[in-house]
Design a protein around this ligand. Sequence first.
Ligand SMILES: [Zn+2]
Length: 114
Amino acid sequence: MTWQPNIHASLFLNTYEYMAKTSALDDIDALMKAYRLYAEQISTCGLEPLLTITRAWRLVKFVDANMLAMTRCSKCGGHFVTEPYENARHFECGLCTPPARAGKGAVAGGILLH
Ligand SMILES: [Zn+2]
């Protein structure tokens, strides 16, 4: 399993959206809670969290502004951060199809790494 920045972003956003939907937390509390869960899950896997809280917040804002979206993987059914114009029906995530070419998920990766 490869843990690219996109997977980190996706893991965090899935947790965040779940928090925001299922609790009465306001945005910042949902963010803090989701971030803590994300960091826990990552360290359980023996990995360092790539995402910082600042980047996690920026990610949420990008999704709010429709600059990024969550797209369902046609193979594993997981939800991943992609650019919104991604053809949802044919989308395969970075775990099912590790990207040979740069480009897919470059925006999400860029947020995390720069
Ligand atoms: Zn997949």
